[in-house]
Design a protein. Structure first.
Length: 155
């Protein structure tokens, strides 16, 4: 009998949108283009952390080699960075609550919080510090990743 693996659902299940999808594609492309030798950039992965189940929009892990014969449905490895894009139907409070209750307790080092309507990126840290970017270069001091904000929100 085959085991049934149920997908992870957050209590505040996010709904996608065109802008959300566009940003997710931009970020995955830009990150992979610039950092594919250093990091694995993965989208919409289910994680089952000790602190709870979650599915960030993107995650950044140390470089991994793909094993096309053996796949993982639910990741146990903790990413260095997760990226969350605020969806139109999602509240900022519920998203930051999930970040501080699930991502950071699991050992995630930084979380990028992308806010589409105001075209900003905030890098959040476990100690509740944050760096906010409304222009210029988004620079993550933990991973060394740098992206131009204008390229992330390129129309």
């Amino acid at each position: 009998m085959e085991a049934v693996v149920e997908p992870i659902t957050d209590s505040d299940e996010k709904m996608s949108s065109v802008n959300h999808s566009e940003l997710q594609s931009h970020l995955a492309f830009l990150l992979r283009l610039a950092y594919r030798q250093q990091y694995s950039i993965l989208t919409e992965l289910d994680f089952d952390f000790a602190s709870g189940k979650t599915r960030p929009d993107l995650c950044i892990l140390p470089k991994r080699r793909a094993d096309w014969l053996a796949d993982e449905i639910i990741m146990q490895e903790v990413p260095l960075t997760t990226i969350e894009i605020l969806s139109p139907e999602q509240s900022l409070n519920s998203l930051t609550d999930r970040i501080y209750k699930k991502h950071f307790p699991a050992g995630v080092k930084t979380v990028w919080l992308v806010i589409p309507p105001v075209q900003t990126v905030s890098i959040l840290f476990p100690d509740r510090r944050q760096i906010n970017f409304a222009q210029g270069t988004v620079a993550d001091p933990v991973t060394g990743i740098q992206l131009q904000l204008s390229e992330i929100f390129e129309g």
